[in-house]
Write a protein that binds this ligand. Structure first.
Ligand SMILES: Nc1ncnc2c1ncn2[C@@H]1O[C@H](COP(=O)(O)OP(=O)(O)OP(=O)(O)O)[C@@H](O)[C@H]1O
Ligand SMILES: [Mg+2]
Length: 465
């Protein structure tokens, strides 16, 4: 077992505490003392980089992975070697891994689809840059406390199955060997093998659609609560991946939309050319499924989304913003109307009125969207209170489950997509407020919702005092 590096420094990274161990090394929480920010530091198993050529190939791989930036990909900050330790410094993700969320049964169907969608979008960016992840699994995806999914360990997997020095590709047996570490728990081994694509299991070359297969396994696992391919031993599992059909997820869990089964099928086909070719294609279908699932909550915006591209473009590309443009447009329309109606005061007066009403309607849109947001969020029984002040929303909950974070995050995104005026809103979910602070907030302005039992309780305590 590797000795711990806690308290020591690797270059300008101070190592603070152990976060976990995996197949390729040990992960610590650390601090970048130059930029003064937290980092996660993965110190690689020495045997993986003992060979200089391997190490430099790894540095090369990390460099191309670091070039891909996306909110759903944990950023690589640095790769280096110090005192014989090869390490990667990367974005520290505060949250839980998807495998923990599955084990705690913290996900529901929409939550699972939302995570898969975010990851597919990040992965699609990498695929566009011709980078394959190769080790997508529920241990390599984390969910932050505000509902953002992050894919970890980009570009690392190649270390395990990169070509040997003599230029030959490692064989099937070699992969089992490199992915099997008798000194770690057997669960880890099985876990690692369980997300392989059939071509990986057979030692063939890996493409973007191998990532799609592995992400399909994660999605299946998130929805069904169990893996689609399981064997008694790693070899049995690999055999199942290569030859068996997964049980339709709709049979494992009742009341799933048939679309979920179709999407999983398109991920889990044995031949790469029969699957979604890359994560972008998968993301398109996941987005549609997500809309379908959410349509009970928010049905209104299909025409709006069509104009969204134009509106975003106006919002972000023009110096005077939407307000300026709208003002100018209104003036222009007025001028045209006045000229063409030959200054008929009555007619142009009523036009002005109509224009003003429309303007007001659009301006109040944000207010209405926030009202709708409040109505939707207050439906969750865990939500104790909601406060909205300026552009900051605080949702106070009893216990913050991942699915709640995901749902709130997705509702906030919906609000931001639909407002044409003003700044986007931000939301924080709090489940850690001390009672005193909570009571304080309840008295502040901007409280838009308080759960009934809490209203009653605070009334009681007021009448007692
Ligand atoms: N960037 C990170 N931010 C926060 N925690 C992390 C980060 N990377 C890893 N961890 C934590 O460290 C644990 C071990 O990670 P590690 O990548 O070594 O293992 P693994 O994902 O199980 O296996 P593999 O080596 O195949 O990736 C993870 O389960 C996670 O809890
Ligand atoms: Mg990992």
């Amino acid at each position: 077992m590797m000795s711990t590096l806690e308290g020591q420094s690797l270059k300008h990274f101070r190592i603070e505490k152990l976060l976990g161990r995996g197949g390729m090394g040990v992960v610590y929480l650390g601090r970048d003392t130059r930029l003064d920010r937290p980092v996660a530091i993965k110190v690689l198993r020495p045997d993986l980089t003992a060979n200089r050529e391997r190490q430099s190939r790894f540095f090369q791989e990390a460099r191309s992975a670091a070039a891909v930036t996306h909110p759903a990909i944990a950023q690589i900050y640095d790769v280096d070697e110090a005192d014989g330790n090869t390490f990667i410094a990367m974005e520290y993700v505060e949250g839980k891994t998807v495998s923990q969320l599955i084990a705690n049964q913290e996900l529901d169907l929409i939550g699972a689809v939302e995570i898969a969608l975010q990851i597919a979008e990040g992965l699609s960016k990498a695929h566009e840059a011709n980078i394959v992840h190769r080790d997508i699994k529920s241990d390599n995806i984390m969910l932050t406390r505000d509902g953002h999914a992050k894919l970890l360990d980009f570009g690392l997997a190649k270390l395990l199955d990169s070509p040997l020095a003599d230029g030959q590709t490692e064989t099937h047996r070699d992969i089992t060997k490199t992915k099997t570490f008798p000194e770690t728990q057997p669960g880890t081994v099985l876990g690692t093998v369980a997300y392989m694509s059939p071509e990986q299991a057979r030692g063939k070359s890996v493409t973007q659609s191998s990532d799609v297969f592995s992400l399909g396994i994660v999605l299946y696992e998130m929805i069904a609560g169990e893996l689609p391919f399981k064997g008694e031993s790693p070899l049995d599992t690999m055999h199942a991946i290569a030859f068996d059909e997964a049980r339709p997820v709709t049979l494992v869990r009742k009341n799933l939309p048939p679309e979920s089964h179709r999407i999983l099928q398109n991920c889990l086909r044995k031949r790469p050319e029969d699957r979604y070719p890359d994560a972008g294609a998968l993301a398109v279908d996941l987005k549609r499924l997500k809309k379908e699932l959410e349509s009970g909550v928010q049905r209104s915006m299909t025409i709006g989304t069509r104009f969204q591209g134009v509106i975003d473009w106006v919002k972000f590309s023009l110096p005077f913003g939407v307000k300026g443009i709208s003002g100018l447009t209104v003036l222009l329309i007025l001028a045209v109307i006045i000229i063409f109606t030959k200054i008929n005061l009555w007619v142009s007066g009523s036009y002005v009125l109509v224009v003003l009403i429309i303007y007001r309607y659009i301006r109040n849109r944000k207010h209405r969207m926030l009202k709708k947001f409040t109505a939707n969020v207050s439906k969750f029984p865990e939500v104790r209170a909601i406060r909205i002040s300026d552009d900051q929303i605080v949702v106070i909950v009893d216990e913050a489950k991942a699915k709640l974070y995901l749902r709130i995050n997705s509702l906030v995104e919906a609000v931001n997509r639909k407002i044409y005026f003003g700044k986007p809103v931000k939301a924080a979910v709090r489940d850690d407020l001390p009672n005193g602070e909570f009571q304080q907030i309840l008295r502040e302005s901007g409280i838009v919702y308080v759960r009934e039992d809490i209203v009653l309780k605070s009334k009681n305590s007021e009448s007692k005092s």
